[in-house]
Design a protein around this ligand. Structure first.
Ligand code: FNR
Length: 368
C-alpha cells in the first residue's frame, strides 16, 4: 500500500508483516517464551485513563522537550534495535537521516548493521546521538568502543543491564541466521551457533559477569552521562541513583528477555514514589525513561505525566523503515507530531511541564 495510507504506527507493522522476509519478521517481532510481557507492554497503557482538563486556551501547544540537556522535538527517542539491514538495505541510516531532519535523538545500538562511524557520518551538523552498550567480556574492547563514541560526539551511554543472557525468542530461534553484513561488534566470536536465530548468533560476547562494581569503572573511562537500560523495580532504581548513574530506562527489552515481567509503564509509579521518598525525585541529574509498546502519542503523554522524561520507541520505527525506508520513518514521526498536537489540546496541556500526574488515573494500572 502507498505510504499515505498509513494513518498510525500500527499500520507500519501490518505492512512489515506482509512484506518482510520471514527471517526479518521473526527477528523483529519476536519476544521471549509465550510473549506475555510483550503483549502486556501494549495492554498496560490501556489500563491508564486520562483526566483531561478544559478551558485552558490550547491555541498553541508545544511538545518539544529537553532530554539529558539536549533539545528534542518530542518526548520520544529512537531506541536501540540491532540488525537494521535485515529489514532494509540502508539499515539504521534510515533512522539517522529521518531523525536528523526532524530533531529526534537516535540511540545507536552496539549491534547495528551499519558501522558506528557510518551512522555518525550520516548525521547532520550537531545531530544528537546516544549509544547503547552491550558490555564485552573483554573490557578493553568495551573501553575502545565507549571512548570512540565519546570522541565522535555521542552524548550519553545507555548500558543494557537486562541481558546477561539472551532470552528465548522462539520465532527467531527457528530461523537459521545469515550474516547481513552486520553486527560488526559480534564478529570476534567464531564459535557461535548459527542455527538458533539471529539473536543468539550475535550476542555471545556479552558479559554475564557485569555488576554494580563495574559502574565506577565506566565513570572512569567516560564523561558521558551513564544510564542503565533495563531496570525493572524500584530497588534497582534506587541503587542506580545511589551509584551515581544519570538515569535509568524502565524497560523489559520489548518483552524479549524475561517473560511475565511487568511493563516499564507499570513500574514507573512505584519507582517515582520510592525515589521521591528518598529525595531523589524530581532530580534534574537523574532522568527516568520508559520503553516498550509505545505506538501512540497518548502512550507517551501517560509516561510523561507519571514522571518520565521521554520514552523509547523500537519496533514501530523498525517497521516503518522496513516497509518504506527513510520516508516511512519520517511519516511515523509526522504521525506522532499530529497526534501530540491533538492530544495535548484534548488533555489541556500547553507544554510538557503541564503534563502532570493529575492528568491520568492509574487506579486500574496494576489490576490485570
Ligand atoms: C531490541 N532491543 C534492544 N535493546 C538493546 O539494549 N540492545 C539491542 O541490541 C536491542 N535490539 C533489539 C532488536 C529488536 C528487533 C527489538 C524489537 C528490540 C530492545 C529495545 O531497545 C527496546 O527496549 C524495545 O524495543 C522497546 O519496545 P518496542 O518499542 O519495540 O515495543
Amino acid at each position: 500500500p502507498p505510504l499515505d495510507e498509513c494513518l498510525n504506527l500500527h499500520d507500519f507493522e501490518a505492512v512489515a508483516k506482509a512484506t518482510l522476509p520471514d527471517k526479518a519478521w521473526a527477528y523483529y517481532s519476536s519476544a521471549a517464551d509465550d510473549e506475555i510481557t510483550h503483549r502486556d507492554n501494549r495492554a498496560a497503557f490501556q489500563r491508564i485513563w486520562f483526566r483531561p482538563r478544559i478551558l485552558r486556551d490550547v491555541t498553541r501547544v508545544d511538545w518539544s522537550t529537553m532530554i539529558l540537556g539536549h533539545k528534542s522535538s518530542m518526548p520520544v527517542y529512537i531506541t536501540a534495535t540491532a540488525l537494521g539491514k535485515l529489514g532494509h538495505p540502508d539499515g539504521e541510516l534510515n533512522l539517522t537521516r529521518a531523525a536528523g531532519k526532524h530533531g529526534v535523538i537516535q540511540m545507536i545500538p552496539t549491534l547495528a548493521s551499519c558501522s558506528f562511524d557510518e551512522i555518525i557520518d550520516a548525521g547532520v551538523q550537531d545531530q544528537v546521538f546516544f549509544m547503547q552498550l552491550y558490555v564485552n567480556k573483554d573490557r578493553a574492547k568495551t573501553k575502545k568502543i565507549v571512548q570512540h563514541a565519546e570522541k565522535r560526539g555521542v552524548k550519553a551511554l545507555f548500558i543494557t543491564v537486562d541481558a546477561p543472557q539472551l532470552g528465548r525468542r522462539e520465532k527467531d530461534m527457528r530461523m537459521k541466521f545469515e550474516d547481513v553484513g552486520a553486527a560488526v561488534q559480534a564478529k570476534s566470536d567464531d564459535k557461535v551457533d548459527r542455527n538458533q536465530g539471529a539473536a543468539r548468533a550475535i550476542s555471545s560476547f556479552i558479559d554475564p559477569g557485569l555488576s554494580w562494581n563495574d559502574i565506577p569503572w565506566f565513570r572512569s573511562i567516560t564523561k558521558m552521562p551513564i544510564i542503565l537500560k533495563g531496570v525493572q523495580c524500584w530497588e534497582d532504581a534506587v541503587l542506580a541513583a545511589e551509584a551515581g548513574c544519570d538515569g535509568i530506562v524502565l524497560s523489559n527489552h520489548g518483552g524479549r528477555q524475561l517473560d511475565t515481567t511487568r511493563s516499564g509503564i507499570e513500574i514507573l509509579p512505584e519507582v517515582v514514589d520510592e525515589l521521591r521518598k528518598r529525595g531523589l525525585f524530581p532530580n534534574p541529574k537523574f532522568s527516568i525513561f520508559v520503553d516498550g509498546g509505545v505506538r501512540r502519542a497518548t502512550d507517551v503523554l501517560k509516561a510523561v505525566a507519571l514522571g518520565a522524561t521521554a520514552v523509547g520507541v523500537g519496533r514501530a520505527f523498525i517497521y516503518a523503515f522496513s516497509a518504506y525506508g527513510q520516508e516511512g520513518v519520517e511519516k511515523a514521526v509526522n504521525i506522532l507530531n499530529d497526534e501530540f498536537e491533538m492530544n495535548m489540546r484534548l488533555i489541556g496541556a500547553r507544554n510538557i511541564s503541564e503534563v502532570v500526574p493529575s492528568l491520568v488515573d492509574t487506579s486500574s494500572l496494576s489490576l490485570h
